[in-house]
Design a protein around this ligand. Structure first.
Ligand SMILES: [Zn+2]
Length: 359
């Protein structure tokens, strides 16, 4: 890599892009992850939603009495807020995933942006949510590592928000956008800076249905890395929404890869929407074009008529093991409907299978 040029402070002001980002020193997690991912298939955790639902929490439990962020609106369903109002319950879920075999555990911050939290009137809580969200995972992982000595990594989870920068939500006005690139960039910037402050080892931009939203998140990461003075590994995960094999904003896996390749991610991959069986051909396409590690974390099959997931741990694990036998994956885990038992079964099923070859 070329030495950092003397005029680089100017770049900080005008070009917080890939050129600057790759001049930054890598964070401690970079060499550790790059070595591990060549040795074996790494395990990512599973769904938070199923575990939180099982707690049967009430409105009072969600809103909490110890939370200094008070909103007028009901908070039941605001799962991210539980980081502040039920921290022990959230830490326990992370701990169970770590003990089930997860090397990388995600923060409970999928909707912790000012944009997504606006639905609950909780925009003021996003910095606390992300900082504490990362700290809670770190605590859970340190407890697990104290028991078995295995290193584990905190992935700061960055969701797509509930708005799309590429598509109009108004059929009568196709030029209308509910959110702009800069709105997203600012919201993601606040989230990512707080995740880094809380100790996130890497950033996982996930469930990408609109690549333009993801590009704003990548740009925000680059800005946050420049401020922090170090480059964290990025995991980028798209979502194929239907049988056409495209994201909601219309990209095939190949197009999606070429749209995010400039970020030089640690992993690129797919999650959510489909079960492992339906995800397989799209994953194979991505693995055929991408020169990054490949990460896949499918749902536990397709949802039934009640929106629930019926696929058991062994069934999901058998499908994910097939990805591994075909040489498609470097990191695997579970999305909607998966549990610590699914992650344990997945970890067990791929334990003796080699990771996809990286060049
Ligand atoms: Zn999902």
């Amino acid at each position: 890599m070329k030495p950092f040029p003397l005029w680089s402070p100017l770049l900080l002001l005008i070009r917080p892009d890939s050129m600057l980002t790759f001049s930054l020193p890598p964070s401690r997690a970079v060499p550790a992850l790059e070595a591990l991912v060549r040795q074996r298939i790494l395990i990512l955790d599973g769904a938070m939603g199923t575990q939180i639902q099982a707690l049967g929490l009430s409105e009072e439990d969600y809103a909490g009495c110890g939370c200094r962020h008070h909103a007028e609106r009901p908070q039941k369903g605001n799962n991210d807020l539980l980081i502040l109002t039920q921290p022990q319950a959230i830490e326990e879920i992370h701990f169970r995933y770590a003990m089930a075999g997860a090397d990388i555990v995600e923060t409970n911050t999928f909707s912790a942006t000012t944009i997504a939290q606006a639905d609950y009137g909780m925009e003021s809580a996003v910095e606390d949510l992300n900082r504490e969200g990362a700290r809670i995972v770190r605590r859970a992982l340190d407890r697990a590592t104290a028991l078995d000595g295995r290193p584990r990594f905190v992935a700061g989870a960055v969701g797509p928000t509930n708005r799309t920068a590429s598509i109009s939500p108004d059929v009568n006005d196709p030029g209308y956008r509910a959110v702009s690139f800069d709105d997203l960039r600012m919201a993601y910037g606040t989230q990512v800076r707080a995740l880094i402050a809380g100790g996130a080892d890497l950033i996982l931009i996930e469930t990408i249905f609109d690549t333009l939203n993801a590009k704003a998140a990548i740009f925000a990461c680059f800005e946050a890395f420049a401020e922090a003075g170090r480059r964290l590994p990025l995991m980028i995960s798209g979502t194929i929404t239907d049988a056409s094999g495209r994201t909601l904003s219309g990209q095939t896996p190949t197009a999606f890869w070429h749209s995010v390749r400039h970020a030089r991610p640690f992993t690129v991959g797919l999650n959510c929407a489909l079960g492992a069986a339906a995800m397989r051909p799209h994953l194979a396409e991505l693995a055929g074009v991408a020169d990054a590690a490949i990460c896949a974390y499918p749902n536990a099959g397709l949802p039934n008529a009640f929106g629930q997931y019926d696929e058991g741990p062994d069934e999901t694990a058998a499908q994910v093991a097939r990805f591994a036998r075909e040489g498609l994956v470097n990191v695997v885990g579970g999305c909607c409907g998966t549990t610590p038992d699914h992650v344990r079964a997945i970890a067990c099923a791929v334990a003796d299978l080699p990771p996809r070859t990286l060049v």
